[in-house]
Design a protein around this ligand. Sequence first.
Ligand SMILES: Nc1ncnc2c1ncn2[C@@H]1O[C@H](COP(=O)(O)OP(=O)(O)OP(=O)(O)O)[C@@H](O)[C@H]1O
Ligand SMILES: [Mg+2]
Length: 470
Amino acid sequence: MTIEKVIVLGGESNFSSTLENYLRRSRYEVASASSIASARRHLDKDNFDLIFLDPVLPDGSGMDFLKEILALPQKPLAVITTGSGTIESAVECIKNGAFDYLIRPFSDEQIGITVRKAEDFVRLVRVNRLLSQEAEESEHTLLGNSQDMEDLHQLIRTNATVLIQGESGTGKEAIARAIYRQSPRARAPFIKVNCAAIPENLIESEFFGHEKGAFTGALNKREGRFELAHGGTILLDEISEISPSLQAKLLRVLQEREFERVGGNRTIKVDVRVIATTNRNLEQSIERKEFRQDLYFRLNVVPILVAPLRERREDVILLKKEFMRRFSRRHGITVKGITDEARQILINYSWPGNVRELQNVIERAVILCGTNGMLEMGNLGLSILKAVSGITSASAKDLKDLEMASPPGGVRTLAEIERRHILSTLQHCQGNRTHAARLLEVSIRTLRNKLQEYKEALPSGEESARLSFA
Ligand SMILES: Nc1ncnc2c1ncn2[C@@H]1O[C@H](COP(=O)(O)OP(=O)(O)OP(=O)(O)O)[C@@H](O)[C@H]1O
Ligand SMILES: [Mg+2]
């Protein structure tokens, strides 16, 4: 129930008992008040989610009291209970912020409809608040403790052209947005152009716009992204992908801050801050004559090289923690922690997909997490478990962490990790092999063979009990 506590504030009519009985039967906590003064006392003591309010009260006007309620920081939804003669004033109340009204005499069914409507409303408000808070957080926080990330925070506050280079999924776009938000242009537009996703014949018009009739299909004049970004920031994502002719035009924009729309001859001047990203090595592209060196210099005023996640393992721990929190909230799953084994695997894994991969792995693990609330090795996905066969590339600090996390017998073998993963997935699927095979991304036959293997190797004890449902 999103609504828990309700006040019924009734005047001289006897509708209150009908309401109170209904609400109590429906397991709401009800406080009854016969005057504004007593309603005030309830509101002073506690937070209420809903108030039913008679417009005519012995010590004043319900309408005036409504204004007082609506000014409260934790205001309840207000439903006006009105006789048919005062419908107009009830409508007036709605205009002034009441949630709904009920006309006396009312049936249980009518009360039920109103209460359910209020429940839905409160739920929507909460979901909305959560989503916007989450969107805000995910956009606003750029996480990282490694020295690189520290340096980055220093660089971020400049207003110059920035070139962000790094492998896919390292967070280049996240960094670009963080730069924008902390720049003096934070209140002006942020416009993104994905240079890799737009077909070559359209990209120039996407950048600079076009005049009516500039090409077949150009039925109207259209402003380009540079014009839209005027006064603000433009993110040129995957800049390595633009053609040589567009590179030349972009160079002019960076030098002169001016261009013409496609099919037009009027020069348009813009004031735009440029941030570009690439996951290709632009110096190599220059050597291969695919990228103009002069454009590279113009873009590379503030260079940011984002290290792959495998080179900043302390960030793995930090990001993992944040993603666990974020996804457990998003999916409404209580996650208490992560087992030492699972944590060890996350540290050892090479993260070819970088932060994006870590994020996906944690989301999946949270969804698969068992009722004990712990993220386990078995929740991490087979490809990771296959890739991590022991302590290999861990740094000294990681080794210390890992020592603490290692099982008493030392490092587990890959086969052991696989066996545990298969069994825990099967357990998670309550013994349903088809479901387990799908999650493990193996055929049912493979799964059956593995289980047979384990049965033969361990015919007794706990393991055979765990296998018995298979
Ligand atoms: N430091 C960070 N803190 C929090 N979230 C991050 C961080 N770095 C990356 N992410 C998240 O990881 C995901 C991938 O990041 P992003 O899209 O910025 O990567 P990218 O380098 O632009 O990748 P690609 O080259 O594939 O476009 C995003 O959901 C982003 O929010
Ligand atoms: Mg990107």
